[in-house]
Design a protein around this ligand. Sequence first.
Ligand SMILES: Nc1ncnc2c1ncn2[C@@H]1O[C@H](COP(=O)(O)OP(=O)(O)OP(=O)(O)O)[C@@H](O)[C@H]1O
Ligand SMILES: [Mg+2]
Length: 301
Amino acid sequence: MAAANAKGGKRILEAKGMTKRFSGLVAVDNLDFYIPQGAIASIIGPNGAGKTTFFNCITGFYQIDEGEILFDGERLHGKSPDQITRAGISRTFQNIRLFNNMSTIENIMVGQEPHLASSWLGAILGLPSTRREEVATEDRARELLEFVGLEGKGDMLSKNLSYGDQRRLEIGRALANKPKLVLLDEPTAGMNPRETIETTEFIRRLRDELGITVVLIEHDMRVVMEISEHITVLDYGKKIAEGLPAAIQANPDVIEAYLGRGAAAAAVPAQGNCIKKTFATTSGIQRKVNHRGHRDTPRKA
Ligand SMILES: Nc1ncnc2c1ncn2[C@@H]1O[C@H](COP(=O)(O)OP(=O)(O)OP(=O)(O)O)[C@@H](O)[C@H]1O
Ligand SMILES: [Mg+2]
């Protein structure tokens, strides 16, 4: 199985000493991270831990202040988002970003743009090669629509899709770039339980059927524990733990990061699998994370 293949495989993405500051705030702090090709890994941590900033640095939306990022052995930092997309990294966003007034299929076709050879001049002149490429682009987009479960909805405006379908469409657009690596920022956020289960299965198919390496940021611990082969935990921009799901569930630093000081001591003696239960009641964790409210206090560099 791909999970086994991922073990000890070559590192498709690697960050060394990655640091990103915003004025005095250290959003990502000297982070070392890697993911083997073909793995599914999750990044978790309380609100404001630096998870999305990590994605933004990898995808060139932000430039890192220190450290290096390697993709397929090549230096990634310093490149533009376009160059990084062309290199084979696609992403989705924490807040869905679609072209609302374009149809579902057009949203996917936009994602194919980095791989198109035809020019706007070819389109104006109606060149046969351009027409052939347009047909192939649409065919491929329809295949992707089917893969993401949106067949029959290609002509709908994306703004009229259900929330779950919009999230799926965003992943479809990310796939249109033929990525080797996809970064999914909270792919199940706002979904109902049925949509969450479907999306979890769907993410697994990205790897199992398409061979794509997946890194996801996720707050729903059922999704994280179900799907991840490796978990990295961030808190205040620093990596506080990493490893297999079972080890992360039992890690006192992780419990403390989520639930506050003293929680690990209080949780563990009472019941051996207490953190498992805590992780299972994800919405409970989320509420506590939000109540913690420490993210309003900037950290100093
Ligand atoms: N463009 C920016 N300018 C200034 N500060 C920023 C910027 N982007 C992020 N931050 C700060 O960096 C920290 C990390 O933010 P980030 O969005 O990466 O957290 P997160 O782990 O994704 O949180 P959440 O789970 O709430 O999405 C926060 O304190 C945030 O306010
Ligand atoms: Mg985020």
